[in-house]
Write a protein that binds this ligand. Structure first.
Ligand code: NI
Length: 301
């Protein structure tokens, strides 16, 4: 079902969106959240971590997949939203635990659900750019890439009142020259990830997301998740509780970059090798240019 077919019944698009997503989920999917303790334990950050600036460090790299940091500090990231139902539920989970996450948003979803973007900002999360319509950028011209990022940048800033300073290419697909131009034009470093629990893959399961995140998270990790999947959002309470229990401290991606920069060795080291981003690793069922974003109504041009 395409939402463009239903543009005349906009007041119910949220409902339709949710229905469409449920209808496409495989029946064997395990969606039920893992039972967590009644008493939610909040993460407590050290004053140093609390004070990490939310601006890019002076010496910023072109690409990050993880950071070299002292201690078990990580960044948890959520892509492709906001989703009208699942993202607010995730925000409740994060708020209860005093966790600040980073949301790489699809611009037209941000434009469709500005109140959710506003809530993210108010609750201390980082809002970041994941292009306007989630295309694979590798085949795009310079102008095409710039337009995808600019439109999303403006939509996120308009909705949340804060301009994004990071982006992540859909599917992790971007060419070296494109990354260079993006950093020149927008100031954005390219943020990839070192842990992908494949939470988009069917059959989706809360338990799989939980187990894979806990098995793979390391100090300095940038964890890739998707707030458009109910299984992921339902996996978070129990998963985050174990991460807190294990002593992981969760900050935003920009804060993780700052922490790395603050603790960088003073002597010159070998610069990081620039490699081509892996392709097709992230969410292959994601949105293709020209198609409706799952869970989101078509926006008027
Ligand atoms: Ni994505």
């Amino acid at each position: 079902m395409r939402f463009s077919d239903h543009s005349s019944i906009l007041p119910v698009f949220g409902f339709l969106a949710a229905t469409a997503i449920f209808a496409t989920e495989p029946v064997e999917e395990v969606r039920r959240a893992i039972v967590v303790e009644d008493e939610v334990v909040q993460q407590v950050l050290t004053p140093e971590l609390e004070a990490l600036p939310r601006v890019l460090p002076e010496k910023v790299q072109m690409t990050y997949t993880r950071c070299e940091v002292p201690g078990s500090v990580i960044a948890v990231t959520f892509d492709d939203g906001p989703h009208p139902e699942f993202t607010p539920r995730l925000l409740d989970t994060l708020k209860e635990r005093n966790i600040k996450a980073t949301f790489f948003m699809v611009g037209r979803n941000a434009a469709a659900f500005p109140q959710i973007v506003k809530r993210m900002v108010e609750e201390g999360h980082e809002v970041a750019n994941h292009t306007w319509a989630h295309p694979l950028l590798t085949g795009y011209s310079g102008d095409g890439v710039a337009s995808q990022l600019k439109r999303a940048h403006d939509a996120i800033e308009k909705a949340g009142g804060v301009a994004p300073i990071l982006y992540r290419p859909p599917y992790g697909g971007v060419r070296l020259g494109q990354r260079r131009s993006i950093q020149e034009q927008f100031g954005y470093p390219t943020i990839l990830w070192d842990l992908d629990p494949l939470d988009w893959q069917s059959p989706r399961s809360v338990q799989k997301v939980h187990d894979r995140v806990l098995a793979g998270t390391k100090p300095g990790s940038i964890v890739l998740l998707h707030d458009i999947h109910e299984t992921t959002v339902n996996a978070m309470p129990a998963t985050l509780d174990v991460l807190i229990e294990r002593g992981f401290k969760m900050v935003t991606v920009t804060q993780l970059l700052q922490l790395e920069a603050q603790h960088a060795p003073k002597v010159a080291t070998v610069p990081p090798v620039e490699v081509e981003a892996p392709e097709g690793l992230e969410n292959p069922v994601g949105v293709v240019e020209g198609e409706a974003v799952p869970g989101v109504a078509e926006m008027p041009e």
